[in-house]
Design a binder for this molecule. Structure first.
Ligand SMILES: C[S@@+](CC[C@H](N)C(=O)[O-])C[C@H]1O[C@@H](n2cnc3c(N)ncnc32)[C@H](O)[C@@H]1O
Ligand code: SF4
Length: 438
């Protein structure tokens, strides 16, 4: 840059140059707050073709220009809303090819290049939605057929993953379904590469932990939404509290054991906050503090979860009883955590985030209206879409035309998917995608 050349404004969001999110049905997107269902699909194109296809390029162009609506960004994106954006991450040291990819990526990001001559740095993959649990809030439908990225899609991810500095497996139950297990056995991560997991921890037995020692750097989020047997098993249907609790302890112990070998395994808990567990947050804090690991709290998502979503529905929040008291108890538990508990800041941030969401405007759904609409619109998810449209317009300031536009795209896509499904698979096919417990 010369003295007279004005400095380029920093691009607020790194995702179009950084990430590829792959869904179990093969859809590819650059982030989870886009209004697009997909930028491309592995059923029609390779991952490399999609990465530099017309839509990825269009999104890069508009994000670089700060034209977020033209880039299909959701106005409810947290980074946009807070003004903090998603800045480029510092260089992650490791294999030369992985470092070179990051350097090229950063240069492309800084100059807002539409064509990316680097590969994704971050691969977030849901290879399958097959799972051995049926959590009450889970956004998967669990209606056969299950979705799984086809074999050649797994091959493509394996090829690209050699250059990525982080691969995160987060779909279905990663340690129970076949494409994830295949990926894990064939993937040889680059030196310094980070392997991420989101898991229900039901399959983390000794043999699995021994197998995982091939990964030197692990970021594992263990989802646990209840800290008594009763709450856990009410939410994490088909899960057994004693088993998951034992596996969490096993994983934490293993992370200490492998640290002596130079491995960096970062284990944390992830709790989705909802009506059924708001009163349990103090237990969550005590549980995590006793194990010396972080617990992250996130709000339950989904307008269709009328009986659980305390962040949208006023009556549901009030049904938790003294909700301010539940939050205060969680803060008190954190104050009482041992002085050497290293994750107080993370936990406090999570609790504050929940508080912030609880303080946002909510809507009431009168039982008569709900029953009448339910007779008209039979699917819970579609009923949720209707409430979502109203909420976005009324409380989030989203113009009605924008919301209706995206709703139409979604309905049309669902219709065409239904028509294209082909021969109906049975529950037996779906269950066959899950590897039976040993
Ligand atoms: C779909 S799961 C897949 C990974 C794994 N089976 C698990 O439960 O950890 C990924 C994450 O989404 C969270 N989740 C599920 N339903 C959710 C919802 N309605 N709102 C917010 N998070 C949700 C889960 O708790 C989990 O942490
Ligand atoms: S364990 Fe994860 S994928 Fe399975 S039902 Fe629960 S949230 Fe969904």
């Amino acid at each position: 840059m010369t003295m007279n050349e004005p400095a380029k404004p920093t691009i607020p969001c790194k995702f179009p140059w950084d990430s590829a999110y792959i869904s179990p049905n093969g859809d590819v997107r650059h982030c989870c707050s886009t209004n697009l269902n997909r930028i491309g699909t592995l059923k029609e194109n390779t991952l490399e073709e999609i990465w530099n296809g017309p839509l990825y390029q269009k999104i890069r162009k508009h994000v670089a220009a700060g034209e977020f609506d033209k880039a299909f960004c959701s106005p409810t994106c947290e980074g946009l809303r807070s003004g903090e954006g998603y800045p480029w991450s510092p260089l992650q040291k490791g294999a030369p090819a992985m470092e070179a990819n990051q350097r090229r990526g950063e240069e492309n990001f800084r100059r807002g290049a539409e064509h990316a001559d680097h590969l994704p740095l971050h691969l977030c993959v849901e290879f399958s939605d097959a799972c051995n649990f049926r959590c009450v809030m889970c956004l998967y439908d669990f209606i056969p057929p299950y979705n799984s990225v086809p074999k050649d899609g797994v091959d493509q991810v394996l090829k690209m993953a050699k250059y990525a500095n982080r691969v995160a497996l987060m779909g279905g139950e990663v340690f129970a379904n076949k494409p994830d297990l295949r990926f894990l056995s064939e993937y040889d991560p680059p030196e310094g590469g980070r392997m991420g997991f989101i898991t229900n921890a039901s399959r983390l037995d000794d043999a699995m932990l021994e197998f995982l020692t091939k990964f030197k750097r692990i970021d594992m989020t263990i989802s646990i939404d209840g800290f008594t047997k009763e709450t856990f098993e009410k939410i994490r249907v088909r899960g057994r509290f004693e088993l998951v609790d034992a596996n969490i302890r096993r994983m934490v112990a293993k992370s200490h054991e492998v640290a002596a070998l130079g491995h960096a395994w970062n284990v944390r808990l992830g709790t989705v906050v909802m009506r059924s567990n708001l009163a349990d947050l103090a237990n969550a804090v005590r549980y995590a503090a006793a194990l010396g690991i972080a617990v992250e709290f996130g709000p339950v998502k989904g307008f269709h979860l009328i009986d659980e979503n305390i962040f949208i529905y006023q009556d549901t929040l009030e049904a938790t009883g003294d909700w301010r008291g539940h939050m205060a108890a969680a803060h008190k538990a954190l104050e009482e955590a041992p002085a050497d508990y290293a994750h107080k800041d993370v936990v406090a941030r999570g609790l504050n985030l929940i508080q912030e969401y609880l303080d946002r405007p909510k809507m009431r759904v009168y039982p008569g209206l709900r029953a009448a609409l339910k007779r008209l619109i039979r699917s819970d998810k579609d009923l949720g879409h209707v409430f979502g449209l109203y909420f976005d317009w009324r409380h989030e300031g989203v113009p009605l035309t924008t919301t209706v536009h995206y709703a139409t795209i979604k309905v049309m896509r669902r219709l065409s998917r239904k028509l294209a499904l082909g021969p109906k698979r049975t529950l037996a096919h779906a269950e066959a995608d899950v590897v039976p417990a040993p």
